[in-house]
Unconditional design. Structure first.
Length: 392
C-alpha cells in the first residue's frame, strides 16, 4: 500500500510566480492545492526579473500572444489590490508608463512602424520628439532622436510580488513543500496518480507542470513500463530551455528617472526604494547562472546609451536568472493531449511576471471546468508524435 504524505485536488509542480499564482487561482475556486518546489518558492527567474509589464513596448504586431499579454497587464490593478487586501503586501504596481527610445535611424524606423500599427489598432501610445522625451526625462541622453510613450505599460516589484504570493497561499490553505524535488510523476494506465518525492508520495486528481527552465527535466514513471522504443521520446513535455539574463542594480536616490526606459538594446527600471535596475542579456549558457564580465560590460554600455548619468551611480549588486524559453517562442499553456489529467504552464520566457495573473485564471478555469478558454487555444501543447506509453 503506497503511503501518501498528502492528497489534493490539484498538485502544482513548480513554485515560481506562475506556479504560485496558479495555486492561488485554484484555491480561490475552492480546490485543495499542493505545491511542490525543488528549491525556495520564487527564488529563480521570478526573483531575478525586472518586473516590467510592457507588452506594447515589445510588440511588433497584434497576435494571440500580444492579446494575452495586454489582458494580463490590464488585470494587474485588480490583482495587486486583491493581494494587498489578502496579505498587506504592496507589490508596488507602477503605471507611470514606459518610454521606448530611438538613438539612430534604424531605431527611429522601428518606433515609427510600431507607432503606425498601434495607433491603427487604437492602442494607447504617444509619439514624442527628442525635446518632448527629454522634457519628461531630463537625464535622457542628448543622442535620443524620438520616443514612444506607452502610458498603460508599467512595472511591479517582482520580489514583493513573490512575498505576497507566498503569504496568500497560507491564507488560502495551500500546502507548500519547498526544498522538495519531484523525483517522478507516476503514470498508471494513462493517468498521473501522484508524484514521488523525498518527503513521500503526493497524490492528486490533476497535475500542473510549472517548473520554469527545468520543465523539460521533470521525470516520469510509467506502469506498465513504457515500450523501450519510446524511451527517448521527448514529446512527453514541451521542450523548454534556459536562457540566461544578467542584471545590474544601482543606487539612484534621488531617482534618476520616473519612467521605465527602454531601447532596442537595454532598459532601466526605477524602483521606489531608490534602486535602479539595468538589463539585460539573453544567453544560451545552459543552467550556468554566472555573472560575467562580458555581460556586465554589455549592460553598462546599453544603460549609458539611455542615460549617461548612470556612470555616476554606485553599483549595488549584479545577478542572473534562467528564463524558460519554449521551442515555439510562445508559452505552452493547457492540457496534455496524451495524459488527460496533466496540464502545462511553461515557457513564459521574459514574460512570466507579466503573464502570471491571466495565465492563472485561464488555466484554473480549464482545470476546474474542463472547458478550454478561447484565449488559451493558441498556446495548447502540441500533440505527441507517437504514443508515450503502452497499456496492458
Amino acid at each position: 500500500m503506497r503511503e501518501f504524505v498528502e492528497r489534493a485536488d490539484v498538485c502544482v509542480v513548480g513554485g515560481g510566480v506562475v506556479g504560485l499564482t496558479l495555486a492561488r487561482a485554484l484555491a480561490r475556486r475552492k480546490r485543495h492545492v499542493v505545491l511542490v518546489e525543488r528549491g525556495a518558492c520564487g527564488a529563480e527567474a521570478s526573483w531575478a526579473a525586472g518586473g516590467m509589464l510592457a507588452p506594447q513596448s515589445e510588440a511588433d504586431a497584434s497576435d494571440p500572444f500580444f492579446a494575452l499579454a495586454c489582458a494580463s497587464r490590464d488585470a494587474y490593478p485588480a490583482f495587486a489590490a486583491a493581494l494587498l487586501a489578502e496579505t498587506g503586501v504592496d507589490i508596488e504596481l507602477d503605471r507611470t508608463g514606459t518610454l521606448y527610445l530611438a538613438f539612430d535611424e534604424q531605431d527611429e524606423a522601428e518606433i515609427e512602424r510600431r507607432y503606425a500599427w498601434q495607433t491603427s489598432a487604437e492602442l494607447a501610445v504617444e509619439y514624442l520628439t527628442a525635446t518632448q522625451a527629454r522634457a519628461l526625462e531630463p537625464q535622457l541622453s542628448t543622442r535620443v532622436r524620438a520616443a514612444l510613450l506607452f502610458p498603460r505599460d508599467g512595472q511591479v516589484e517582482n520580489r514583493r510580488l513573490v512575498a505576497a504570493l507566498k503569504r496568500t497561499l497560507e491564507v488560502y490553505g495551500v500546502r507548500v513543500f519547498e526544498q522538495t524535488q519531484a523525483e517522478a510523476l507516476r503514470v498508471e494506465r494513462g493517468r498521473i496518480v501522484g508524484i514521488e518525492t523525498a518527503r513521500g508520495f503526493v497524490g492528486a486528481d490533476a497535475f500542473v507542470i510549472a517548473c520554469g527552465a527545468w520543465s523539460s527535466l521533470v521525470p516520469f514513471e510509467f506502469t506498465p513500463a513504457r515500450d523501450e522504443s519510446h524511451m527517448n521520446d521527448e514529446s512527453i513535455v514541451p521542450t523548454v530551455e534556459p536562457v540566461r539574463g544578467q542584471m545590474l542594480c544601482f543606487a539612484a536616490r534621488p531617482a534618476l528617472t520616473q519612467h521605465v526606459l527602454y531601447s532596442p538594446r537595454g532598459y532601466l527600471v526605477p524602483r521606489r526604494d531608490g534602486r535602479m535596475l539595468a538589463g539585460s542579456t539573453s544567453e544560451r549558457a545552459g543552467f550556468t547562472r554566472a555573472v560575467t564580465a562580458a555581460g556586465l560590460q554589455a549592460i553598462t554600455t546599453h544603460a549609458l546609451e539611455i542615460a549617461p548619468a548612470v556612470a555616476d551611480l554606485p553599483l549595488l549588486d549584479a545577478w542572473s536568472g534562467l528564463r524558460p524559453h519554449a521551442a515555439s517562442d510562445w508559452p505552452v499553456l493547457g492540457a496534455s493531449s496524451e495524459v488527460p489529467n496533466l496540464f502545462y504552464a511553461v515557457g513564459h520566457y521574459r514574460n512570466g511576471i507579466l503573464l502570471a495573473p491571466h495565465t492563472a485564471d485561464l488555466l484554473a478555469e480549464l482545470i476546474v471546468t474542463h472547458n478550454m478558454p478561447r484565449a488559451l487555444a493558441p498556446f495548447a501543447p502540441a500533440p505527441p508524435r507517437r504514443s508515450l506509453y503502452s497499456v496492458g
